[in-house]
Every structure is written in structure tokens, then in C-alpha cells.
Design a protein around this ligand. Structure first.
Ligand code: 6R9
Length: 667
């Protein structure tokens, strides 16, 4: 399943799986004619199309009169003079409807215990917590960091921020104190919502202590309060005058059950989510309330063909965009029952996902290729965790997200999980797109393994060359979206220039969105296949990491590292793996033992600087890095070395050819 064989098998991919009668029957978008009709409606009069959908799918406290405002492109505005509240659109909207007493969340804890909460109860909990935030002095427009485990309380924290018009910035619970500090400073956050510990795989991992460390690193004077959800009974250290438990915060607002949702303008920033770019510093992707929420709701209906009795389960953490759109907002806006899982797929055994599908009668299951690949491996080596041991007949639709799914994994998912009856929606999108942009529709699109197929109605996706010129089917190029869409990134927080430069290149006219991925359309159907990032962004287990970000972390270990270069290489399970080439200040290690010790030290350092997900899998030591005579690091050469390929490139410009041999061994 290496990248090369993967690409080969996609090139010869000619299996097609049209939706069967079961998938088409009663689907919201049933058959390709229905899809084509929506595309035609969107093309004919985009403003009318989006305005219709925004009116049908959202409740506005003040109706909008303008749909798209392009006057300050690429800072597009959608539904700009309208007002709404995101939390009201996820909760209050359902009161007095059959959804009011429906289960909103089925929470399965790490230890397998289950808690459920209805929409009515969730509204009360969110309102109480929103009042607690107000009692802390948090106001509309303030930024609040959420550093929480996967729990009902994590969703409550996000919804409560939205309810009072505060902009949340969720930081994944696996990120380090340093990463947290950087985000607190960049966002100018006034509060952190966290938990004492998180429970994953039977282990209790600190969160609050990391918040303390992050704040102690300095520059975080903007933080006035830290609210701590006591997930476990274990002790934690309190900073007097700053920290409160959830219970104390709720008591301070006298536990009032009602909180009128604060109406905000449609363009009001609902959240900032930091993601890796091609330079060192993560970018604060800013999303607007109206357009984002419209997309979250709409794609629940379109892509997942959501029906009233569905049980939806998206396995993503709320720390990533997938957990924002398809855990914290989309399912609630659409009135779905969803499963939220605290733990990890391999604890207490690698059949946990399949067991949970059976237990909760999940009908829509949405996960990442990396999880599928690791569970294939587990099932192949241990019969006991093979999905055939569980009843998966409740499943109706399967989804994939985060990275290209290789056809082998697709076929396994199709056969062993979907029992050849469930359409697989391979959803291509990004933190910046807010929600799905290129994806099959389960009741309409004939599926081709490894292809995300066609753009959603109204998404003007295309493949172009460096100048923005359209390329024919079969020719690989850069993926762009030529027209604005409601849930697109609005700006990079604090850095509008970087926003323009990163996504709307001048050479293409300055108004076309550049995704940063390579793609190719098939000759026969015009289906899109994503070939991977064209910038210095790696995708490890579906998580985005900037190579420069990891390089900066390595060279920040100033007592040890003189120079570092980071590239990706294909990996059977994680998609890509991080490979670091390191030059040490003290010279090359002289033994395997020393190399291994130093590699372990560097891994621990990167985990501390960024987070465990960024730890290099391979570390290679050289007395220098391969550079051209003009001093440029030969990254293409490093990529070949990382892959273990024979070097076929011209190395005549290499300053010191001897180092190629030194870099041959990975630790
Ligand atoms: C949602 C999410 C975005 C990058 C994106 C691309 C890759 C995501 C994909 C996919 C192929 C898919 N990606 N979904 N590649 N097929 N179905 O993952 O957001 O974390 O911002 O990552 O992930 O490379 O550019 P994000």
C-alpha cells in the first residue's frame, strides 16, 4: 500500500459503484438528474440559490437583504446585514418540534460507560454555562480558548461561547503547552476552558497542568480566567483568583437555566481554528457565523442524506475542523442524534469502533483513512477484533475524510464494514473550506474507489496551471475554487496579508481560491482525485503539519541541533510519516546506541514543542545537509532518501556527495 502502488492502482481504477435502490430511495438528492438540477440552479443565479438555502436552513433574528458582497474581494462577505445566533440555530430552533426530546448526544466514555442527553437538556446545560461565562465577564467578541477532551462538556463549551457571541478557538488536547501559549497570544484570548485530565486508552493525561505551563511561558496576560471541568477525581493544582471549577463557575451565575442567545452579524467570527501552513507559524483560520453554519447544516443533509432516525457518528476530535463542523455544529443544526466517543479506536481492543457501531446502532459512520488502515492491520493479525464479530447491519452510509483513501482501504471498508450495501462518501475539504466541497452524494453519485468524485452544487472547483488556466481532464494540476462560497475562510486572524498571499495568488488574478492540493480529473467522468499537498504541508494520520513548523521546533533545541530539514515519506498506516534530517552541533553520533538515544531525545523535544503527533518517525544524522552550491537544501533528494529510493537525481550540484551515505540510516 505504498504511495506509488496506491497511485498506480488509482490510475487503473475502473470499478464503479452506482448507488443501489436502497441508497436512492427517499434520498434528499436522489439520482444524478437531481444533482445536476441543483448545480444548474446554482450556476444560473448563485445569489438566489444561496439566499434560498440560507433562508430555508437557518433561523435569522434579522433577515439579510444582501447575499454575496464582493466589493472587497477576496474578503468576501455573505448575508452581511443579517443577524443570527449559531447556538440558537443548533438548540432553540428545535424546541417545540419532535427534536426537543430526542437524544442529541450519546456519549461513550473511555471506560465504555454511556451518558445520553436530549436536545432540551443540552439547551439547558449550554444556557447555564453561557451564563457562567458571562458571570466571568466574558463578552461578545472576546476570544476563548477551549482545551478540552472529547466530552459532552467540550461541545457545551463551544456552544456556550457561540451563544454569547464569544469567538472560540479550540486547541487539540494533544498539543503542547508551547502551542497553547502561541495560540493564546495570537488570539488575545481572555479565558481558557479546560479539564483537569483527559482519559484516553485507560490513561489519565493532564490538561490543566499544560494550560498552567503554557500561561507561565509568558505573554498571556490577557487571560483572566481558567475554567476547569473536573473530568476525574484526581487532584490538580489551582491558581487562586484565576481558576474555577465548572461547578463553581455555574454557582457564581446561580445556575440560571435560561440565557437569551446573543444575535450577531452573519460575518461575526464564530471561531478561529489554527492550522499548519507552509511557513513556521500556524494560521488562525477565521470562520463567519452565517455562512459556516449554513454549510454545516446543508452538508449534513446533502452529503450524509440525514434522516430523522439516523444515528450519526463522526470520530473526529473537536480540536480539528472535522470535529467542529460534524460534531459541535452540523449534527445539532440538523437535529441529529450523534455518538461522541472519548477514547481511542484500539482500546481496550481494536474492535472498539465496530463494537460501538453495534451497541449504538450507528447508521452513518464517518472516520479517517488512517484509522481504517490501522484497523485493517489489526483485524488481519487478530481474528477477535475483525469486524465480522459484530452486527453492523444498522449502517447505511460510510464516510471518509482527512486524506486520500487508497483503493485497497476503500474496498475493505466497502466489503467489511458496509457489507457492499453502504455508499462511501469520500469527502474532500479543508479547515479553510468550513465543510465538504468535493464529495459524492450517497443517493446520486456513482462511486469510484479513491476518488472524491464531484463538487457540491455551487462549488466551482477546477484544476489549473500556475497561471490559473484550466487544464483538461487527465492532466494533473492545482486545485482551485473559482467562485466564493458561504463557508469559506474569511481571513487569517491578525494577518489579512497572509490570507491574500496564501489563498488568492496574484498570478491567478487574486480572487480565485487556491486549495494547496494537487488534483487530477478522470478522462471519462471528470471525477476529481486529490494527489496530495503541493506546499510544505504534511498529512500524518489526517492531521496537518507544516515541515517548517517541525524544523523550527528542532532547531529550537539550541544545545544540540545546528540544522534540520523535514520532509514527508509515504507510510502504510499514517498516510505520510515525518522524516527529519538533523545536523548536530557536536558532530555526527559515532554509534547506533548514541544515535538512538539522541533520536529519542529529539522526539521527546518535538512532542513538547508541538505535540506528540509531530514527532519524527525517522531521524537521520549527517555532518551536513545535502545542499546545492548556492546553499539551497535539496529537498527532492531528501524525499528520495526518506523513501529509501535509489538516488537517480543529478547530484553533481551537491556540495558534499559523501553525506548521502551518512544519511542512509534512519533512527
Ligand atoms: C477536513 C480536513 C486538509 C487537507 C487537504 C487535503 C487533505 C482532506 C481529503 C483530503 C484527499 C480527501 N484531505 N480530505 N485529501 N481526499 N477526502 O482534513 O481538514 O485538517 O485542514 O486538512 O487534508 O490535503 O488540503 P484539514
Amino acid at each position: 500500500m505504498s504511495q506509488a502502488s496506491n497511485i498506480e492502482s488509482v490510475l487503473v481504477e475502473n470499478r464503479v459503484f452506482p448507488p443501489d435502490a436502497r441508497a436512492q430511495q427517499g434520498a434528499r438528492i436522489s439520482g444524478m438528474a437531481a444533482y445536476d438540477a441543483l448545480c444548474a440552479e446554482a450556476a444560473k443565479d448563485p445569489d438566489a440559490f444561496w439566499a434560498r438555502l440560507a433562508r430555508e436552513n437557518l433561523s435569522w433574528t434579522r433577515p439579510f437583504t444582501r447575499t454575496l458582497d464582493e466589493s472587497n474581494a477576496p474578503f468576501y462577505q455573505w448575508f452581511g446585514d443579517g443577524e443570527l445566533n449559531a447556538s440558537a440555530n443548533c438548540l432553540d430552533k428545535h424546541m417545540g418540534t419532535p427534536v426537543e426530546h430526542k437524544t442529541a448526544i450519546v456519549f461513550e466514555a473511555d471506560d465504555g460507560s454511556v451518558t445520553t442527553i436530549s436536545y432540551r437538556e443540552l439547551l439547558t446545560r449550554v444556557s447555564q454555562f453561557a451564563n457562567a461565562l458571562k458571570a466571568e465577564g466574558i463578552q461578545k467578541g472576546d476570544r476563548v480558548i477551549v482545551y478540552m477532551p472529547m466530552t459532552i462538556e467540550g461541545v457545551i463549551a463551544m456552544q456556550a461561547c457561540a451563544r454569547i457571541g464569544a469567538t472560540h478557538s479550540v486547541v487539540f488536547g494533544g498539543f503542547s503547552a508551547k502551542a497553547l501559549q502561541e495560540r493564546i497570544i495570537d488570539a488575545g484570548a481572555v479565558a481558557v476552558i479546560t479539564a483537569n485530565y483527559q482519559l484516553r486508552g485507560g490513561k489519565e493525561l493532564p490538561l490543566k497542568a499544560i494550560v498552567d505551563d503554557g500561561i507561565a511561558m509568558g505573554g498571556c496576560e490577557s487571560i483572566k480566567s481558567v475554567l476547569v471541568y473536573e473530568r476525574t477525581l484526581s487532584d490538580w493544582k489551582r491558581v487562586e483568583g484565576r481558576d474555577k471549577t465548572f461547578t463553581e463557575a455555574l454557582n457564581a451565575s446561580e445556575g440560571q437555566d435560561e440565557c437569551v442567545p446573543e444575535p450577531v452579524g452573519a460575518e461575526h467570527p464564530l471561531f478561529i481554528l489554527y492550522t499548519s501552513g507552509s511557513t513556521g507559524k500556524p494560521k488562525g483560520v477565521q470562520h463567519a457565523t452565517g455562512g459556516y453554519l449554513l454549510w454545516a447544516k446543508l452538508t449534513m443533509d446533502w452529503t450524509f442524506d440525514l434522516r430523522p432516525d439516523d444515528v450519526f457518528w463522526c470520530t473526529a476530535d473537536i480540536g480539528w475542523i472535522t470535529g467542529h463542523t460534524y460534531v459541535a455544529y452540523g449534527p445539532l443544526a440538523a437535529g441529529a442524534t450523534q455518538v461522541i466517543f472519548e477514547g481511542i479506536p484500539t482500546f481496550p481492543h481494536a474492535g472498539r469502533f465496530w463494537q460501538m457501531i453495534e451497541k449504538h446502532k450507528v447508521s452513518i459512520f464517518y472516520t479517517a483513512p488512517t484509522a481504517i488502515r490501522s484497523l485493517i492491520k489489526a483485524a488481519e493479525s487478530d481474528e477477535k477484533v475483525h469486524p465480522k464479530n459484530w452486527d453492523l447491519s444498522s449502517l447505511r452510509i460510510l464516510g471518509s475524510v482527512g486524506e486520500p483513501i487508497n483503493p485497497e482501504a476503500w474496498m475493505w471498508y466497502h466489503r467489511n464494514i458496509g457489507h457492499e450495501k453502504c455508499p462511501i462518501v469520500d469527502t474532500f475539504w479543508q479547515t479553510e473550506t468550513g465543510g465538504h466541497v468535493i464529495t459524492p452524494l450517497p443517493g446520486a453519485t456513482p462511486l469510484v474507489p479513491g476518488s472524491c468524485t464531484l463538487p457540491l452544487p455551487g462549488i466551482a472547483a477546477a484544476i489549473v496551471d500556475e497561471t490559473g488556466k484550466d487544464l483538461p481532464n487527465g492532466a494533473g494540476g492545482m486545485l482551485v475554487i473559482k467562485r466564493p462560497w458561504p463557508s469559506m475562510i474569511r481571513t487569517i486572524w491578525n494577518d489579512p496579508e497572509r490570507f491574500k498571499k496564501s489563498y488568492f495568488p496574484e498570478e491567478m488574478g487574486g480572487t480565485i481560491y487556491l486549495a494547496g492540493d494537487g488534483a487530477v480529473r478522470s478522462e471519462d467522468r471528470g471525477y476529481f482525485r486529490i494527489t496530495g499537498r503541493i506546499d510544505d504541508v504534511l498529512n500524518v494520520s489526517g492531521h496537518r503539519l507544516g515541515t517548517m513548523e517541525i524544523e523550527s521546533a528542532l532547531v529550537a533545541k539550541t544545545d544540540l541541533v545546528a540544522e534540520a530539514a523535514v520532509v514527508g515519506r509515504p507510510d502504510d498506516v499514517t498516510g505520510e510519516a515525518v522524516c527529519a534530517f538533523v545536523v548536530l552541533k557536536r558532530g555526527r553520533p559515532t554509534s547506533d546506541e548514541e544515535s538512538m538515544k539522541l533520536a529519542a531525545e529529539l522526539r521527546a523535544w518535538v512532542a513538547k514543542e508541538i505535540g506528540p503527533i509531530a514527532k519524527p518517525k525517522d531521524i537521520r544524522f549527517g555532518e551536513n545537509l545535502p545542499k546545492t552550491r548556492s546553499g539551497k537544501i535539496m529537498r527532492r533528494l531528501l524525499r528520495s532518501i526518506a523513501k529509501g529510493e535509489a538516488i537517480t537525481q543529478d547530484t553533481s550540484t551537491l556540495e558534499n556527495p559523501a553525506i548521502l551515505e551518512q544519511l542512509g540510516k534512519a533512527y
